[in-house]
Design a protein around this ligand. Structure first.
Ligand SMILES: [Zn+2]
Length: 482
């Protein structure tokens, strides 16, 4: 049976597509490849934000969810179905991560060395999948051809990993923040770059800190002509200006918006620290920031929450319990770099604005959602390290609960909202009949204890069940170098 599961089913008058073969590259990590799976007596958090439901059954057929409801009412599964008694466990949709790079800072960065990031082609896809990320948008690529090749290998069933939505190379103005980024020479170059990478297979674009208003406008117009979206981690362009230019999404949220800094000149990035120092003196509930939220919502600009990476800038956070599992996956040199910088931040805790900014960011995200904004989530494994694929996505959900969302709302942000942002919510992102069987089975109850999202037992992608422990073990110590 493990040789390959091919199945055509006819259910409710809808022809289901054939299930992909479980290839040799996947087999070491697959614990379930049955064509029919019945997960019984399970608590369901369905991804819509509605409260957890007890004692449910979820039936999977040929990679899709075909039935969800009270266990007592479940139709009898086919005789050959794999039946799983999930009493005490919880089923959630797979995460739809919207800020999920395949790269990570290389070890031994020091003064005088170039800021270089390495493509984690072996470890990142496995850690994402192990952490429950079944779909990932790469939100800015340093090696777009590598990302596209990895996507093809995953789609073909050669290597394990999430369903990838590859974002094109960073659209960065002058001066680019590192040698791995192309420096745009003007609006025509921005449009040309978008056109080229749209043809190569990129399905979204990310504008970066030094892009000018004219370049951003040209990139947005070019992307929209291909029916593709543009997100941004901006600096030279403020959030409201970007919304007026037609941007679809902003990464990170309030903490990187420069528009409230009195010293900002139009079209120029004033650096990160002066605007953040100024921002920290503002009130999220005041008219300026509330006006910004209103404007973003009115322009239908989505925001991607990246609380996990921001948390690493806050002195003495995240807790060491989080750092422990990160250390086990990191290469020793990478762990050393992280631990050294973390210690330095703790030493200078008095002068840091990040405790304040972090609390403001959480409040901003909560208010943005209350006003009707589309908030999505991703782990962003960058900064000085310490946020890893998968683990960081789980941590982000925990931090959304810390921000004041219910566990069900936080999971909704990390699942269905991402699918909406991708325009794919008809296909995945919730637990409902007809959706892809992209599911996370966890021990415990995240609706009561959000940290239970870390207790992943099985990750289903298109109905194939992967063992998270085998995925993590297979790349232990590799994160940071390959
Ligand atoms: Zn990023």
């Amino acid at each position: 049976m493990r040789e390959g599961v091919w199945m055509w089913a006819w259910l409710g008058g809808v022809a289901l597509t054939a299930r992909a073969e479980v290839g040799a590259g996947l087999q070491p990590f697959v614990k379930s490849a049955a064509p029919s799976v019945a997960i019984m007596h399970v608590r369901v958090i369905d991804g819509t934000g509605s409260p957890a439901r007890e004692d449910q059954a979820v039936l999977i057929e040929a990679g899709r969810i075909v039935w969800v409801g009270p266990n007592a009412l479940a139709p009898p599964p086919p005789a050959d179905a794999e039946r799983i008694d999930a009493t005490g466990k919880t089923l959630m949709p797979g995460f739809v991560g919207m800020h999920e790079h395949l790269f990570y800072p290389l070890p031994d960065a020091a003064a005088g060395r170039l800021p270089l990031y390495g493509e984690m082609g072996d470890s990142a896809p496995r850690l994402y999948l192990a952490g429950g990320v079944t779909t990932a948008r790469t939100a800015g690529s340093l090696e777009p051809y590598t990302d596209l090749s990895i996507k093809a290998a995953i789609d073909h069933g050669d290597i394990p990993g999430p369903r990838l939505f590859v974002t094109g190379p960073y659209l960065e103005g002058a001066p680019a923040i590192g040698p791995q980024l192309h420096t745009l020479t003007g609006p025509a170059d921005a449009a040309r770059t978008v056109d080229y990478w749209a043809a190569e297979g990129a399905t979204s674009f990310k504008a970066y800190m030094h892009i000018t208003p004219a370049e951003l406008k040209a990139a947005i117009d070019a992307a929209h002509a291909h029916h593709l979206k543009v997100t941004g981690h901006l600096c030279a362009v403020g959030f409201r200006e970007a919304a007026a230019l037609g941007i679809d999404n902003l990464e990170h949220g309030l903490a990187v918006d420069t528009e409230f800094y009195a010293g900002k000149r139009p079209g120029e990035c004033p650096g990160q620290q002066p605007p953040q120092t100024a921002l920290a003196k503002m009130d999220v509930e005041g008219p300026e920031i509330q006006g910004l939220i209103h404007d973003l919502v009115a322009h239908h600009v989505a925001v991607t929450s990246t609380l996990a990476i921001f948390e690493t800038f806050v002195p003495n956070r995240p807790p060491m319990s989080e750092a422990r599992r990160v250390r086990e996956s990191l290469h020793a040199e990478s762990w050393g770099d992280y631990a050294t910088t973390r210690a330095a931040l703790a030493e200078h805790a008095q002068g840091s604005v990040w405790s304040r900014l972090f609390e403001m960011e959480q409040r901003f995200e909560r208010d943005f959602v209350r006003q009707g904004g589309l908030l999505m989530a991703g782990c962003d494994p960058t900064g000085y390290g310490g946020v890893l694929p998968g683990f960081g996505d789980q941590r982000n959900v925990e931090l959304l609960v810390e921000a004041g969302f219910t566990p069900e709302e936080a999971i909704h942000i990390a699942t269905q909202n991402g699918a909406i942002g991708l325009g794919e919510d008809a296909h995945f992102g919730t637990i409902a009949p007809g959706k892809a069987a992209d599911l996370i089975l966890v021990a415990g109850n995240p609706a009561a204890t959000i940290a239970d999202v870390e207790k992943v037992e099985t990750v289903y992608k298109d109905g194939v069940g992967y063992d998270p422990h085998r995925l993590i073990e297979s790349v232990r110590g590799l994160m940071g170098i390959r």
